[in-house]
Design a protein around this ligand. Structure first.
Ligand code: ATP
Ligand code: MG
Length: 255
């Protein structure tokens, strides 16, 4: 089982859209997948049509009240399960901070999933900050996927998360953490800016930018308000197509 963090401390770059639809596409392709919503905003949870419920997040497991398996819920997709989020998760940051090794908590909590082998992938949707939840996710992860919006300052944002990743490796907190890839999102082929960002990214991070590019699409933006992944909402559209393509490239990269 591979643990993947979908992270970028910058807000609104397509993390949740990518976590939800990549997870749905992996499941559709036959791979049992677990989505972990680590953002108190609970966008991945509501985006898959679940209502956040008190006590339903990873928080209870993080403070040792419940085994992680008890927090797993089914979704409308075959082979796709979720550990939802809810506002409680805010408290997690505070509570975890007082532990001996606060950065290790999630890794320990998730350990039984590794051993159980029910799922092929765990996809973690991180909140937009370099806080303790994101650090926990990066310490627990085998791989990191960074969504980047095709706009100015895209590179600046990436260097911050890459620095953090490097620090975690050097401090021995997660020496094996692999960058699976950088994903261009909300790409608009008609604008020069999108093209510029793509060229710049490919120059700075050769071989690390996914060939798959996620276009800007109204349908992708609409799907969450219906509580559906793009594979349900518009299964034959360009958004569904690009996330299926991403799932294939992602799987190939991890092999
Ligand atoms: N390819 C796309 N085309 C059109 N709209 C998109 C696309 N990807 C994401 N969006 C929309 O852009 C907004 C931000 O996307 P999303 O919530 O995935 O970003 P995020 O990085 O998770 O944000 P946050 O940092 O707040 O968690 C959402 O309204 C989403 O529906
Ligand atoms: Mg989000």
């Amino acid at each position: 089982m591979k643990f993947i963090a979908v992270a970028n401390q910058k807000g609104g770059v397509g993390k949740t859209t990518t976590a939800v639809n990549l997870a749905a596409a992996l499941a559709e392709a036959g791979q049992p997948t677990l989505l972990l919503d680590l953002d108190p905003q609970a966008n991945a949870t509501s985006g898959l049509g679940l209502a956040p419920e008190a006590g339903g997040s990873i928080y209870r497991a993080m403070i040792g009240e419940r085994p992680v398996q008890q927090q797993i819920r089914p979704t409308a997709h075959e082979r796709l399960s979720i550990i939802p989020s809810e506002l409680d998760l805010v408290g997690c940051e505070i509570e975890i901070a007082s532990l001996d090794q606060p950065q290790h908590q999630l890794r320990q909590v998730l350990q039984p999933l590794h051993e159980q082998r029910t799922f092929d992938y765990l996809i973690m949707d991180c909140p937009p900050s370099l806080g303790i939840l994101m650090t926990n996710s990066l310490v627990a992860a085998d791989g990191l996927l960074i969504p980047v919006q095709s706009e100015f300052y895209a590179l600046e944002g990436i260097s911050k998360i890459l620095d953090l990743t490097q620090r975690l490796r050097e401090q021995g907190l997660n020496p094996g953490l692999q960058l699976v890839g950088v994903l261009l999102t909300m790409f608009d082929a008609r604008t020069r800016l999108s093209q510029q960002v793509m060229t710049e990214l490919q120059q700075h991070l050769p071989d690390q930018v996914f060939n798959t590019i996620i276009p800007r699409s109204i349908r992708l933006g609409e799907a969450p308000s219906f509580g559906q992944s793009i594979l349900q909402y518009d299964p034959h559209g360009v958004g569904a197509h690009s996330y299926r393509q991403l799932a294939a490239e992602f799987t190939a990269r991890l092999q």
